[in-house]
Write a protein that binds this ligand. Structure first.
Ligand SMILES: O=c1[nH]cnc2c1ncn2[C@H]1C[C@H](O)[C@@H](CO)O1
Length: 365
């Protein structure tokens, strides 16, 4: 995209930000993929940053299915490698610090990074000994070391995958096991255009999450119809909606979610390049969300694949949707309020934002 952020200019919104929707495996550095491939003796179809970037990124609007295919290019390099898994988590926090993020919730599928105790073994890997459980421990370690090194608060969300309902119960068990080690919620990601209705495996996992007080978000209404959003809210008891653009096509549902102050995790650049929304940003549903004072955040989703940074998203909505600094403050405060942090930590985060934004309290906006 033409309006990409470069490091030599001021960010669109230079105050501390909160990011709630970003995939760890969609946020890996290209040079790290090359480096790990070299170390592991894995031959890639490209051996320079520029060439590999060409294979891993989408620059023109595609479909969600085509976009998800990009993960096939590199996931086998990182999956099943303990050092690499920890490294991508650590480097992720470093990248967020550079973007001015004060708090981030990063999500991933533990099964997609494992090569043992997962059926089927993903990415055509040979069986090894890195289980989904160990993946979570390694990511927790990388995030926690990153937090200390880069002064960014980082928590994680574990993803169930739409096409893999048999993994979901284990995902919620991992959320329970690691709830005191940085895991704050469960998510349901993957190809909503192919699996519209959540399988019983997902429903059971979310029921268990409700029972155990595990926070819940669901990818819904990204490319799928409003009925997926309705199911996410009414059946899976989602507390936040990942994307949710197509909610606006069901007036009654949209009104209800506005009244209930449902939080939408909006990813502008992603929504164009996955074909989720009209590529003309001046027709984006976010304009309606903004007009209606909906509760939403701005997020990168998969910065590796979109060749973007958080600033790309901020610059896009500033340029095409008239977002101002006041709008950015308001949406970041909403993001902090919708975060899955415990109340005391949420309050601290909100105070950090109020101070940085020269605000006394939330009633100012
Ligand atoms: O935008 C997305 N929609 C649905 N699924 C997604 C999106 N971005 C990434 N994913 C999938 C692919 C990843 O491997 C997985 C876990 O992070 O989640």
């Amino acid at each position: 995209m033409a309006e990409h952020c470069t490091n030599d200019r001021q960010p669109t919104f230079s105050k501390p930000k909160v990011e709630l929707h970003v995939h760890l495996d969609g946020a890996i550095r290209i040079d790290t993929i090359l480096d790990v491939a070299k170390q592991r003796g894995i031959l890639l179809p490209a051996d320079t940053v520029a060439a590999l970037k060409g294979l891993c990124t989408v620059s023109e609007p595609a479909t969600l299915t085509e976009f998800l295919g990009k993960f096939n290019q590199y996931m086998h390099v990182i999956a099943g490698d303990r050092k690499a898994i920890k490294r991508i988590a650590y480097e992720f926090v470093e990248a967020k610090a550079k973007e001015g993020v004060a708090y981030v919730e990063v999500r991933y599928s533990p099964h997609f990074l494992a090569n043992s105790g997962v059926e089927p073994i993903p990415w055509d890997q040979k069986e090894g000994d890195v289980t989904p459980d160990e993946v979570v421990r390694l990511v927790n370690e990388g995030l926690s070391e990153g937090e200390k090194a880069f002064k960014v608060k980082a928590r994680s969300i574990l993803c169930c995958m739409r096409h893999m309902p048999n993994w979901s119960m284990e995902v919620v068990e991992l959320c329970k096991k690691y709830r005191n080690d940085g895991v704050v919620a469960i998510d349901l990601a993957g190809d909503e255009s192919m699996n519209c209705v959540a399988y019983p495996g997902h429903r059971n996992a979310y029921e268990e999450a409700v029972k155990c007080g595990i926070h819940r978000t669901v990818h819904a209404g990204e490319v799928g119809p409003p009925s997926v959003v309705k199911e996410a809210v009414d059946v899976l008891k989602a507390e936040r909606i990942g994307h949710g653009y197509h909610t606006v096509e069901d007036q009654a549902l949209y009104r209800r979610l506005l009244e209930n102050n449902m939080h939408f995790e909006i990813c502008p650049v992603s929504s164009k390049l996955t074909g989720a929304c009209d590529p003309d940003f001046t027709k984006h549903p976010l304009i309606k969300f903004k007009k209606d004072k909906a509760n939403y955040s701005l997020n990168t989703d998969d910065p590796l694949i979109f060749n973007s940074t958080l600033d790309t998203d901020y610059a896009t909505v500033q340029k095409y949707m008239g977002f101002t600094d006041e709008d950015f403050k308001r949406l970041n405060i909403n993001a902090a309020q919708a975060s899955f942090l415990p109340e005391k930590e949420k309050k601290d985060l909100l105070n950090l934002l109020y101070n940085a934004y020269d605000m006394v309290d939330s009633t100012e906006l």
